[in-house]
Design a protein around this ligand. Structure first.
Ligand SMILES: [Zn+2]
Length: 183
């Protein structure tokens, strides 16, 4: 089975038959260029030209922008900034705190978290208002940094090292930004 861009495209859209998905998963020798084809398909689907380095969620990508920076970007074009900083702190947030607010998104009632002990945070893109993530956490818990990938290592292991490799990339810089928030 040759993995074409069309197959990858259908996979992304959830239009691939279950039997084909199973076959993809069971291939002993994964085709070496699958990741590159996947990136090409993603790149063809967005409206901007910044090079996609990795997809983070349905809407978010790590890209290299025109300034050579690695940033998180929404498919709508909105940029969240340096990918080493949790993008959630640059998003719009809705926090549900009461049982009434929980009921709007939870069923059955028995599954509703205990108000006061838990909050539901919904993160939205400031550019297009798409919902980007949801987390259920105790009040005051820091936004969860879902993914800080070691891009240099990933690309090196795939045989195409990035031209701007640096020791400094693989470092969580969220607190550097938070420290500068005005109170
Ligand atoms: Zn957006």
């Amino acid at each position: 089975m040759e993995i074409t861009k069309e197959i990858i495209s259908n996979l992304l859209d959830g239009r691939l038959a279950d039997s084909d998905v199973e076959q993809l998963q069971r291939m002993h020798e994964k085709d070496a260029d699958r990741f590159w084809k996947y990136l090409e398909v993603l790149q063809e689907r967005v409206q901007w030209n910044d090079k996609i380095l990795l997809r983070l969620t349905d809407h978010l990508y790590i890209v290299r922008n025109g300034n050579g920076a690695r940033v998180v970007k929404c498919d709508c074009g909105h940029e969240f900034g340096d990918y080493r900083v949790n993008w959630k702190i640059a998003s719009r947030v809705r926090v549900r705190r009461t049982a009434e607010e929980f009921k709007e998104v939870y069923t059955p009632d028995q599954a509703i978290p205990e108000p006061g002990w838990m909050t539901i945070r919904e993160y939205f893109c400031p550019g297009c208002a798409a919902q980007l993530a949801v987390e259920v956490v105790p009040p005051g818990y820091p936004p969860i940094f879902d993914l800080l990938p070691d891009l240099d290592r990933l690309y090196r292991e795939l045989g195409r090292p990035l031209e701007d490799e640096s020791e400094d990339w693989f470092r969580d810089r969220t607190m550097d930004v938070v420290a500068n928030f005005r109170r």
